[in-house]
Each structure stands twice: as C-alpha cells, then as structure tokens.
Design a protein around this ligand. Sequence first.
Ligand code: OXD
Ligand code: MN
Length: 654
Amino acid sequence: MSVDPNLLTPYKNTGAANASLRQISEDAFYVVNEVVMKRLGHVPILKGDFHLLPAKVQRFIAEKAELMRPRGIFICDGSQHEADELIDKLIERGMLSKLEAYENNYICRTDPKDVARVESKTWMVTKNKYDTVTHTKEGVEPIMGHWLAPEDLATELDSRFPGCMAGRIMYVIPFSMGPVGGPLSKIGIQLTDSNYVVLSMRIMTRVNNDVWDALGNQDFVRCIHSVGLPRPVKQRVINHWPCNPERVLIAHRPPEREIWSFGSGYGGNSLLGKKCFALRIASNIAKDEGWMAEHMLIMGVTRPCGREHFIAAAFPSACGKTNLAMLEPTLPGWKVRCVGDDIAWMKFGEDGRLYAINPEAGFFGVAPGTSNKTNPMAVATFQKNSIFTNVAETANGEYFWEGLEDEIADKNVDITTWLGEKWHIGEPGVAAHPNSRFAAPANQCPIIHPDWESPQGVPIEAIIFGGRRPQGVPLIYETNSWEHGVFTGSCLKSEATAAAEFTGKTVMHDPMAMRPFMGYNFGKYLQHWLDLKTDSRKMPKIYHVNWFRKDSNNKFLWPGFGDNIRVIDWIIRRLDGEQEIGVETPIGTVPAKGSINLEGLGEVNWDELMSVPADYWKQDAQEIRKFLDEQVGEDLPEPVRAEMDAQEKRVQTL
Ligand code: OXD
Ligand code: MN
C-alpha cells in the first residue's frame, strides 16, 4: 500500500492536542457524524467496519487520527488469525523471532533504552494539584503521584502527538478489563502504533468484538499510545524497536478517564490496560463508585479438609507476587489455585463480603528467577502462545535467563544475550535484562482457578501486605484491626527493584504497594480504605509478611516459595479463630512458638525469624512518623494518625 504523501508532511501545531483536551459536546448525531468524517479526512480504514462502531468511539478515533495522522486505521478483532498475520509481519521485519523449542512462543528485544516503567515521566493531570498529590512538607517532593497541570499537559501533548503516527498504522484495540460485560468489569479502547502492543494487549486483556456489544451506554477509558517515532525516521531504530526515550511521557487524566502515553513501547508504559488503567485510572473510578483497585494477587487456598479460602496480597513490583499466586504447597493435602497475579478489583457484595476479580487476562511476569524450582506453574503457563521480551535465547531455540542454569539441558550451549551478544553460562555479565518479561495467557496456567473469570469475583477473607525487608521485620504478623491494617499498609517498604528505573538495594517506601500506581491524593486513598468499613460488612483481616529476612551472615532465614504455605496455614487458622497460636507484640500478633508447621524443613531459627527487635522498631516508628508527616501531612486521616501514635507508644515498651 502506498503512503499518502499528505500524511507525511510535517504537521503544524494547530492546537489539536488542546482541542482533544476538551470534552466534545454531545451534538446532534448528524452534526457529529459530519465532524467525524471530516476529521478522519484521508486516513483509510485498513481493517474493520468503522461505520458499525458506536458514535462515541467513531468520534474518539477520528479526533485522534486527525491529531496523530497515521497512514491507516486498523480496527482489531483480537482473533487468532489477526495475531498470526501480525506475527508474520513482525518476524519478516526482524522485530520478533520464533523460539523454535516451543509452540507459538516468540522473543523480542527492545531498544536497550526502553526496558522498564519510567516513573519519573509518569503524571496525573488534575485541575487541583491536591486531587493528585498530598500536602507534603514544604520542600519535600511527593513520592506518591506526580502532578501535572492541565495547561502543561496541553503543551506537552502539543509538542509530541501532532503527526506522531505519520507513516504508521493506528491500531484500535477494544478491550475489557475483567470478563466482558461483568458487573465489576470496565472497557477501554487503546489506540497504538505498535503492533507488539497489539499482540501483548491480546494476551493481557480481553480483546474481541463482544466488547463493542458490552459497551452499550457505558463509557470507556480512552487510551492513546504512540512509540513517538513518525516516519520517515530520522534516527537509527535499534532492534527494530521504534521508541523515543528522551521524549517519554505517560499522562493520565482521571476525571476524563483518559491516558496519553508517548515514546515507550515497553510493559506498563505501553500496555495501557495494566498499570495506567487498571490501577491509576481505576483507583479513581473505584473511589467514585465505592470499590477498590489494588496492586494485589488473588489466590484460592484449599486446606486438606477441603475448605477453600481466598486471599489477596499486595507486594511491591518484583517481590514474588506471581510466585505466591502460583505456589506449589510443600505441605501435603494443600492446594493453591491462582485467580490473578498482579491486580485485584474488589467490591463489597450484598452479603457484606469483599469480592475480587482479576481484571487482566494474562501474566506479565519478571522472567529472571522464574524456574521449575521457584514457579513450575508459571513455567508450564508460558510453554506456548507467549511473548518473551529482553530475555536471552539459546542456540536450541529456548529462552534463557538467570535462574535457569540448573534446568537447561545443554550447559555449554551458545546463548545470545538480551543485548544480542554471544555468551555462555558462567561467563561474566548477565544473559537477560533483570526486568525481562514473559507475557502468557492466564488460562494456560495449570492451576488457574475454575472461577478466575467469575464475573462476580471470589470472596476475600484476608489481605496480606509484604515486601523485601532484610532486617527487623518478622516472617508474619496479624494487624489488630482494619484501621491498624490500613496504617500497616501505609508503612509498606521494600528493597528497590528493576521494574522501574531504580537501581541498588535501598529499602524504599511503597505504601500499599501502590507508590508507582497511585491515582489520586494518597491521604484520600487511605480515607477511602477507612470508609469502606461499615458494621454490616465482613472486613478481611490484614496481615504483613516478610519472606526475605536475613541473618547476620546475609542468609535468608526462611526458605520461601512452596514453604510459604506454612505461613498461609497459620493465617487461615487465625481466620478460623485460633487465638492460642498468636502472641501479641507492639506491631501486631506474631505466631506463638511452634505454631507454624515446620515439619521437614530442617533448621529454622524461629526466634530470629519472628523477633520484633526493640531498637529496630523504635527507630522505625520515628522514621514512619517522619515519612507520613512529610509525605502525607494534613491529608493523613485521623484514624491512621491515631494508629501511628498508638504503635509508637507500644514499641517503647519493647
Ligand atoms: C509489574 C510491576 O509489571 O509491578 O507488575 O512493575
Ligand atoms: Mn505489578
């Protein structure tokens, strides 16, 4: 197909991005239709029937096509046939290659400058700054949410989006977060010029024509994404991965339910259903509608007696949520089934219980460290129909990353690293990028829960917070109340990970595991949690776990992985009302000595693992006060402040 030269002429800033910041008025249909057709101009529809789309969708597409000037519009249907055609095209172009050892698995390498979420360039746009950020202490930068004024967004968009898709195809991806048409589900439409994004969204969300039917009268989240490199391209494209790292911008307009992402093709920056929609925008919708959008896995745990319990758990990025969600119990008679590994949308039902759905349809897991030893169920999940990004490849057509050394058949095999260099196991350097990922369909997980797509969700009895805490924090403790649990979640910390642009091993605050994903003022978010408690509701109990405590020799005190079922066993017995298995401490209830089943584990230093060291917690109390005072200030809800004061007093008695 020849490219219309008009579409390649430099696009003059006509304020189109500004115009797109206004809500289009609900004109009479025939007027809108005329406007739509004019806006669409010469841009041809390459696939799909534009005229069959709801008018509001036509308007959205036409308005953005006028702005971004793609060479054509491709309306995705999410079918296998469509995916196969895109895959063939990307293989031909060299962006994707088949991993020959598996069925329908592909590998892709990004430009090495585009490898993780870019938190410093991620913005929430609200008229009032304090709708987004808290009243931090003077001179203190808020770490939960970055605010951008609407006028500044307009300037930023105007300098990026006009003409940004010149010479490229604009794909229209209709997707549902949650089962299509479900009462807790929501619809989004993503426009993108990345076919890698189309393929990944198809794994990670539900993309199909039923979404148009489900749309009906409801609104949709507007997701606009461009790799930010219009054609003709003036710079060298590395690894056939167009991107524009210097100009990255990920902006959210919560009141308008709109997301603008520019310059990156990777992960949470570009698969807009995930962090941008399902957490940042959805937490705003959830506040307005009285539910919760959280960075949590959901698991069903069946005990030997046959009773099942559902648990949600919030850990910061790359702390093993996927591993916990797919845990293979080492205790006999136990069974874990996975509902979700990253995000939970939760709403109280008529019966007063909290029901959770996994809004996603796939797993976008961190590859390094995932193996048959650490997570055999994840390994089974990505044996087919999956996309691997920034992992290494063996000469036998297998994926490879750090952690697979013992499992690979030929230990001397030639390996091509994520940077395209030849490498062998044992040589210096790493084979895979630490934030390399697999994207795999959730329904391929051998232990996916039969109710994982239940539109009503599953009833949550316990919420677990956790992080990587090498020092001071016991393996498990139960908080004293919903309010104490909310306070404990607000104090969540973890070692930095490679999922974003941070490096090093410093322990960072990550309240509720939501720091990078906060959609609005964190104080109001805490208040929302508090407001959810009513007399007629059965509030889940809240726990804190730490699989990562180390001894003085820097060795982990707890084996983790499948043995974490022993901790879950304790939690469930507490839910059942077993009082005698707990010992109260100033930070909550820890297990009474011997109350966690350690059979078959060998040596475990119980006292060190469960201890609540006085010095550590006294200092932590001060540090938490400083953090919440500086970061949340006057926005800190009174009940959370009261919990902080009370805990500080209690730890003085240690
Ligand atoms: C993720 C993350 O990708 O939390 O899930 O960074
Ligand atoms: Mn995550």
